[in-house]
Write a protein that binds this ligand. Sequence first.
Ligand SMILES: [Zn+2]
Ligand SMILES: [Zn+2]
Length: 349
Amino acid sequence: MTPALGYAATGPKAALSPFKFERRAPRDTDIVIDIQYCGVCHSDIHQARDEWGGSMFPMVPGHEIVGTVKAVGKSVKGFKVGDLAGVGCLVDSCRTCGSCKEGLEQFCESGFVGTYNSYERDGKTVTYGGYSDHVVVDQAFVLKVPSNLNLAAVAPLLCAGITTYSPMRHWKVSKGQRVGVVGLGGLGHMGVKFAHAFGAQTVVFTTSLKKKEDAMRLGADEVVVSKDPQAMAAQRGRFDFILNTVSAPHDINAYLQLLKRDGTMVVVGIPEKAPELEASTLIMGRKRLAGSLIGGLPETQEMLDFCGKHNIVSDIELIPIQKINEAYERMIKGDVKYRFVIDTKSLRV
Ligand SMILES: [Zn+2]
Ligand SMILES: [Zn+2]
């Protein structure tokens, strides 16, 4: 075991505070990563406050991890000391089921091992995430990070990036298509960047015009205020694909109506209350409503390589870890453009 330092929530109502714990001694296939940056995902708040139930405390959140390789086990291939490395939402899975064999570890039939608030495959060791100084992860779950990008701004690609990239790839968003992105937050802003990079005509749906300038800067061709019934009516039947990132309660039928025949809307946010679905909006025009969950290891690597090639990163606000509780409060108010990233140097001062 090696000593580690992080920030943890000790209970659902507790502010995050410094926490000393231990990481496993590296195995032959393990990579030890000195964490430089960790993104702050909305699901960190949900879990740290036990809003989804079953949270384990103390909890060190964080699953948007980037850093440098500090040590490698003797069977590690493809990584050496000093290399950049990334870790996303998963740190292990059964590796033998159909989904794992297809590189879709996020759908592992025995359940994947989450980067934090999860049990290792032994069923008893709790995982601790990236709000910490280092992490020990099996090489099969470590990603290569392109060296030409701003490393801090790469961190959110590991969750927000792959969550939006994967459905667009799966449903083959491409040049000439008209693509909608609903919501312009941590997920939505990445959705806009990817849709634009794939050559789609990109339309952002937002509740107020305040975000228009920003949306255009991120790559949108058009911005529609979703509260304006006339503006919404003008978009009916025009979309090949809609990425819906909103987790607040909203009328999903209003968006399904905007799809063309055979169009697809993918949801990646989970509203607390199940939305009501009008079957007729799907039936008329053979439309599809689908979901998507992060991405497997091969696709996450593909996404990082794509970002390296096309110079795509997240728009971030860098914070010292001492500001994490304040950052949570601001995220709840939607007051961040568009992702907080922790500079873990602040742990060592
Ligand atoms: Zn996340
Ligand atoms: Zn599996």
